[in-house]
Ligand binder design. Structure first.
Ligand SMILES: Nc1ncnc2c1ncn2[C@@H]1O[C@H](COP(=O)(O)OP(=O)(O)OP(=O)(O)O)[C@@H](O)[C@H]1O
Length: 690
């Protein structure tokens, strides 16, 4: 008993000390005394507490920082050992954080109550980072997809806002509003949907605390969002790089962050890559000088490739801690998500194979297997391909045959940067709610999105890199659930695949999906692929020629990039358009585009000016090569150069580069985007850069 009581009092001392430490670090010693004492006292009787005196050696920030070795790499085991040395124990239950006065009781209630978030036990990344963040340390945290990284940074960040003695939360509770200059924490996300999702979670966690959470995302009406911040004020701002930069750089908005203490980069590796790093640097120049206002920076992602470590080091304090819950010898995807590789006979076999997957899954359910309803995300490498595929599936969905089939409840949804923001939000919400469905998606949703109960992630065509593969796969198997990953690749992509997807546990499946290997031009009635192949033949007859032509341009970039041999790529793509999409001949490309892409001497490329400038599909205007960009998303930083340009136009002009259009790869991924661009040419250059 004595041991226990000693343990608990030293532990309380430890907590008390931590709070003091973090508050000194942020707000100075006198604030620390004000901020930490009442909170700890509220949880324990005064008599239990040792009297806290700031050791002389801890009186300056630099001294406090020197307590941490720099930078520290915490593997799960090392972190455990570290925790055992520096802390009496590591917390695993949210309730304990509340009862011990580490995290505000209201916040904990919001997390654990069954009628609220209903989460009681922390995940490993939460358990490893939460205390460190409350202490004020800079952190780079890497943990597998779907393991609760969002709460890992939200909860301590909220607590740090609540700890800030310069915020009068009682007065705030009475007035329920603050000022647009009261921002204490900024969360940056690469995509709009993810920013919105984080905000929803933040509001749940902050409920009843008085902390005001606002969003600033591209593609939405600037004025309305701004007015909300101006009227209600803001403590925690969550947004996409372009819009945040707009708001914070424009003195007329009245929104600024002179007291900002915390900067969080979610999907940090994405935000630090070439596509966003300039913006992130610029946003930092709009924040208070960290030498004057101490700033904690937090970075979270499931992937931290070596290439971004230099940027990480430049952005974090030298003594930052690297918490990594993924062991070096461990695959970065979840073991409970089997990953299957299907070699397609031709690119035209991809969509029929996807249909086979849905059919076979539903058939197994009907046969009594205990399987969840088919809810899949199908990823494509170009926005145009996403659209044309969704169109084809929608055409099939309208047929009586489909309505009478075991797939009749399947919702067909589409999301890519070419859609208006309203349409994107609608698709995301519908898919979140859907029990059964397929979301045809570009990489807009590849990172961070938490759609519940996704059973399958299907990647059609190999992704541009290993990180993209990992994040896409991560849309299933979240929070301990099961899921399956499927990669459909053409033999011509084999070399690129080996290079990009090395050491991933992909097992070849050549039996489950009959349409994957069928010759679409010669499928006979006795073939198991017959029905599916015919469904697609009819479906593609109804797809506008203009849409097909537009898609060709997008796919040309990705396919030539993915195939080892350009001639093979063109041949495979031409087969897709003739055998798959039912065109009499493959589309032409302009001499200029052919030259730019180095395709003018490649067999099978049809160079000409046969493309009309506009067709009746409205939106798929194509121009003849370089003269118009038309249906291809411009990816020209729509949500950044002022809100007036963004979103609500026929096809969104980009947005937060993370989910930009661009045709093909530059598009929804934006990794290589570089700002407003004149025209098509540069998009093409981006589109086949690997
Ligand atoms: N401690 C927990 N116990 C159970 N579920 C949790 C816990 N923490 C978070 N979750 C839930 O797990 C899901 C995934 O969480 P989250 O989106 O934060 O994952 P993530 O690690 O950020 O994933 P990604 O790498 O894809 O961004 C969410 O639905 C979230 O509510």
């Amino acid at each position: 008993m004595a041991r226990i009581s000693f343990f608990s009092s030293s532990f309380i001392f430890h907590r008390h000390y931590l709070i003091m430490l973090s508050t000194i670090r942020r707000f100075g010693a006198s604030s620390a005394l004000r901020a930490s004492a009442p909170r700890t006292l509220s949880a324990r009787s005064v008599a239990q507490l040792p009297k806290w005196q700031a050791p002389a050696s801890l009186s300056s920030l630099s001294a406090i920082r020197s307590l941490h070795s720099s930078p520290t790499l915490f593997s799960a085991e090392a972190a455990q050992a570290h925790a055992e040395q520096t802390e009496p124990r590591r917390h695993t239950e949210f309730a304990a954080l509340g009862s011990e006065g580490i995290i505000n009781e209201n916040v904990i209630k919001n997390i654990i109550q069954p009628d609220r978030m209903n989460i009681s036990t922390m995940t490993e990344v939460q358990s490893l980072t939460l205390n460190e963040i409350v202490k004020g340390n800079d952190i780079l945290a890497q943990a597998k997809t779907g393991t609760g990284k969002t709460l890992a940074f939200l909860v301590p960040t909220l607590q740090n806002i609540l700890n800030d003695p310069s915020i009068d939360l009682k007065a705030l509770a009475r007035r329920r509003r603050s000022a647009p200059t009261e921002i204490r924490a900024l969360i940056i996300s690469p995509t709009r949907e993810l920013a919105e999702q984080i905000a929803v979670e933040a509001k749940k966690v902050a409920f009843g605390t008085g902390v005001i959470v606002q969003t600033a995302v591209g593609g939405t009406a600037k004025r309305a969002g701004l007015q909300k911040i101006q009227n209600e004020g803001c403590h925690l701002l969550i947004g996409t790089p372009g819009r945040l930069k707009d708001i914070l750089s424009d003195p007329w908005t009245g929104v600024s962050a002179p007291k900002l203490n915390t900067l969080i980069l979610d999907e940090a590796d994405r935000l630090l890559d070439q596509g966003f790093s300039a913006d992130i640097e610029e946003i930092q120049t709009l924040l208070p000088n960290p030498n004057e206002v101490d700033r904690q920076t937090l970075m979270f992602s499931a992937t931290v490739p070596r290439e971004v470590m230099q940027m990480v080091r430049q952005t974090l304090k030298p003594d930052f801690q690297h918490v990594n819950t993924v062991r070096e010898d461990e695959v970065p995807t979840h073991e409970r998500v089997p990953q299957k590789l299907v070699y397609l006979r031709g690119l035209e076999n991809g969509l029929p194979a996807l249909m086979d997957l849905a059919k076979s899954w539903q058939a197994r359910r009907e046969a009594g297997e205990d399987l969840r309803p088919f809810k899949a995300i199908a990823y494509f490498n170009s926005t145009a391909e996403t659209k044309i595929s969704a169109d084809a599936f929608n055409n099939i969905r309208r047929t009586r045959e489909f309505r009478d089939s075991n797939l009749s409840n399947l919702s067909i949804l589409e999301i890519n940067s070419r859609l208006t923001q309203q349409a994107r939000t609608r698709s995301a919400d519908s898919f979140r709610r859907a029990t059964e469905g397929i979301l045809f998606s570009s990489d807009v949703t590849a990172r961070g999105m938490d759609f519940p109960n996704v059973t399958h992630v299907v990647q059609i065509g190999i992704p541009r890199d290993r990180e993209t593969y990992i994040h896409r796969i991560g849309r299933t198997g979240r929070a301990g659930k099961e899921g399956e990953g499927w990669l459909f690749a053409h033999q011509g992509e084999r070399d690129s695949m080996r290079r990009r997807l090395r050491n991933l546990p992909l097992g070849i499946d050549s039996t489950t999906l009959p349409s994957a290997s069928a010759d679409l031009a010669n499928v006979t009635e006795d073939s198991p692929a017959f029905e599916t192949v015919n469904q697609f033949k009819e479906a593609f007859e109804q797809v506008e020629t203009g849409a097909k032509v537009a898609s060709y341009m997008g796919q040309l970039g990705t396919t030539t990039g993915n195939f080892g041999d350009k001639r093979d790529a063109v041949q495979a793509l031409n087969n897709l358009y003739v055998k798959g999409y039912g065109m009499p001949s493959p589309p032409e490309i302009s001499p200029r585009v052919a030259q730019l892409m180095g395709l003018n001497r490649i067999e099978g490329v049809r160079v000409g000016n046969g493309m009309r400038s506009r067709d009746d599909s409205g939106g798929f205007s194509r121009g003849s090569g370089s003269d118009r960009r038309g249906g291809f998303d411009r990816g020209d930083r729509g949500d950044r150069g002022g809100f007036s340009r963004g979103g609500d136009r026929g096809f969104s002009r980009g947005g937060d580069r993370g989910d930009r259009g661009g045709f093909s790869r530059g598009g929804d991924r934006g990794g290589y985007s570089r700002g407003p661009r004149r025209a098509l040419d540069e998009d093409f250059t981006n589109s086949f850069r690997f």
